[in-house]
Write a protein that binds this ligand. Structure first.
Ligand SMILES: Cc1cc2nc3c(=O)[nH]c(=O)nc-3n(C[C@H](O)[C@H](O)[C@H](O)COP(=O)(O)OP(=O)(O)OC[C@H]3O[C@@H](n4cnc5c(N)ncnc54)[C@H](O)[C@@H]3O)c2cc1C
Length: 198
């Protein structure tokens, strides 16, 4: 039977239909294979813009799910990790505390400890630390005094957790100032501090 004059047109439409189906299945169900999400889009769209938007949302959700599957999502921080990070912060602060702190600096550090004992995000630790502070009021007359005091209260916490006692004469060897170019991180390097509160 002879071909109708429309045969080439039908063939073209059929190819076009296959092409559209391939693009759609890649876009909706396929796994992204390129780094840029924009590469996942079809070169042309036969969907309404709201459908396209929901497909983009689907893609974002799939991406997020992928991150979760790969274990990249934010895991809850443990009490141990939080403790280590907080002690690191506190001992570094103590190492950088000025030799001759201003009244404001002494007040700030006392307030910081008091706030920690109220707001530390582990209730039992905060409550325990409140008792530790009551029995060991903050001593921050100098850098040496504050870092020795902190070492002592850390040891009080260590003892209550059956952890080894740290020799406080070695505290300067264990904790140093933050490694910062031109000592830009030193509290003493901030002129504002000294001027206001003497
Ligand atoms: C204010 C506060 C209260 C806490 N209260 C509790 C609690 O009630 N219950 C609880 O389960 N956990 C509590 N924690 C957490 C706990 O103290 C530990 O941080 C956690 O158990 C992890 O212990 P770690 O063995 O890794 O060493 P950490 O005690 O976190 O110490 C970190 C590092 O500091 C050094 N170090 C140890 N002792 C001293 C010291 N005395 N002076 C200087 N450096 C030292 C060591 O190199 C050690 O590896 C508290 C933490 C903080 C900051």
């Amino acid at each position: 039977m002879s071909e109708t004059p429309f045969h080439p047109l039908f063939q073209t439409l059929e190819k076009l239909s296959h092409c559209i189906q391939n693009h759609l299945s890649n876009f909706i169900g396929g796994t992204p294979s390129h780094s840029s999400p924009t590469n996942e889009r079809p070169h042309f769209s036969i969907t309404s813009s709201s459908k396209a938007n929901s497909s983009n949302k689907d893609f974002t959700l799939r991406q997020q799910k992928g991150l979760v599957d790969e274990g990249i999502s934010a895991n809850p921080v443990t009490k141990v990790e939080l403790g280590r990070a907080t002690w690191t912060f506190l001992h570094t602060l103590a190492a950088q505390f000025p030799d001759n702190p201003t009244r404001q600096q002494k007040k700030d550090v006392k307030e910081l400890m008091a706030i920690l004992s109220r707001m530390y995000p582990c209730k039992e630790c905060a409550d325990h630390f409140k008792e530790v502070l009551r029995a060991n009021p903050v001593q921050a007359g100098s850098q040496a005094e504050f870092s020795q005091w902190l070492c002592h209260v850390h040891n009080v916490v260590n003892r209550s957790l059956n952890k080894p006692i740290f020799p406080c004469k070695r505290v300067d060897a264990r904790w140093g100032k933050l490694d910062c170019e031109l000592r830009a991180c030193d509290l003493q390097g901030t002129p504002d501090f000294g001027e206001r509160s003497h």
